[in-house]
Design a protein around this ligand. Sequence first.
Ligand code: MRU
Length: 348
Amino acid sequence: MTYHSIEWLEDSGTLRLLDQRKLPEATEYLDYADAEEVATAIHDMIVRGAPAIGAAAAYGLVLTATHSQAQDAGALRDELEAAAATLAASRPTAVNLFGAIKRVMARVADEELDTVAGLRDAVLAEAHAIADEDVRINKAIGLNALPLLPDTCTAIHHCNTGSLATVDYGTALGIIRTAHEHGKRIQVLVDETRPRLQGAKLTAWELKELGIPHRVIADGASGHYMRTQGVDFCVVGCDRVAANGDTANKIGTYNLAVVAHENGVPFYVAAPTTTIDLDTPTGDDIEIEERTPDEVHYVGQTRITPAGVEVGNPAFDVTPARYITAIITERGVVYPPFEENLRKLLRE
Ligand code: MRU
C-alpha cells in the first residue's frame, strides 16, 4: 500500500493530509484549503513529526497564496505574514516548523516578486522544494548509517519517524528501512511511546507494511531487553538538535538514552540538517510543548486515572549530548565533540 502523509493537489489547490489520529484502524485523508485549518491540523496531530509539520506549514502558506482575494502583491504579503504567524504558533518544539516558514517567507520578501501570481508561484515552488529535499535527505541519512549497523541486528526505536513523520521514507525509521533494503537482517523493538502511542500505532503499522520484523514493547521494557537479550543500537529521530548536541525528541527518549548508556548500547540520533538549530545553544533553551492532560488521563476512550488527579504531559524531553553516540545526518555522521563538529558540518 502506498500512503502519503502530505500531498499537494494542484487541480483543486488543496493540501491533503493523512489523518494520523485514525491509524492504524482507518486510512482517512482530509483536504485543506486554509492555512489556519492547517495550523489546527498540526496542533491536533493530524500531521505530526518534525519534517512533516515543516512541509505542511510551507503548503499552508501556499493555501493562503492560492485562495487569497488580494489585488496586489503587498496585500498578499500581509496575508502571508499573518498566516505564517498562525502556523508558527501551532507547536513550539520542532525547529523544522520555523525553518520551513522562514524559508518560504524569505522568498516572499523578494521585492522582485511584484504580482500576486508571481508570489503564489514562488511560494508553491519553495514548498515543493522543501518537500522534495526532505525525501532526498532521508534517503541519504539511511545510506550514511549503513556502515554503522551489523549485518544481523536488533534495534530499539522510539516514537514514529517514518514516512508518516516526514514527507516520505523517514529518518530513524529510514535508517532501519535502508538496512532492510540492503539485506541486513534487522529486527526492531518498537517502544509503544506513551501517551499518544506513536510507536504502537504508527511505527508498527509502517514496519508491518514494509515487512520488517518487529515487536512492540512497553516503553519501560527497553532496559530489560538491553540487559537480558542484547540490543545492538537504539535509533531515534529529533525535533531540535541544539548547537551543543543536546537533542529534543519525543518524551521518553532521555530515559532510553540513559539506559542505553548504562548498558553500553550505541545511541544514534537521525537528524536532517533542517532539524539542527545552531541558534539554540543548549537543550535548556528548547521550549518543550506541554499537551492536554487528557492524553494521559485516557487510553482511547477509557479514562485510566481517578477523577480529580493532576497529571503532567510534556510532549518532548531533552537528551543531553553526552548520551548520544553519533548524530546521523544527510551530510555525514557527526561524533562528539558535537559543539565543534555540528558547526563544521553545517559550514561545509
Ligand atoms: O509529537 P510528535 O509525534 O510530532 O513527535 C514526533 C517525534 O518526536 C519524532 O521523533 C521527531 O519529530 C522526528 S520525526 C522524523
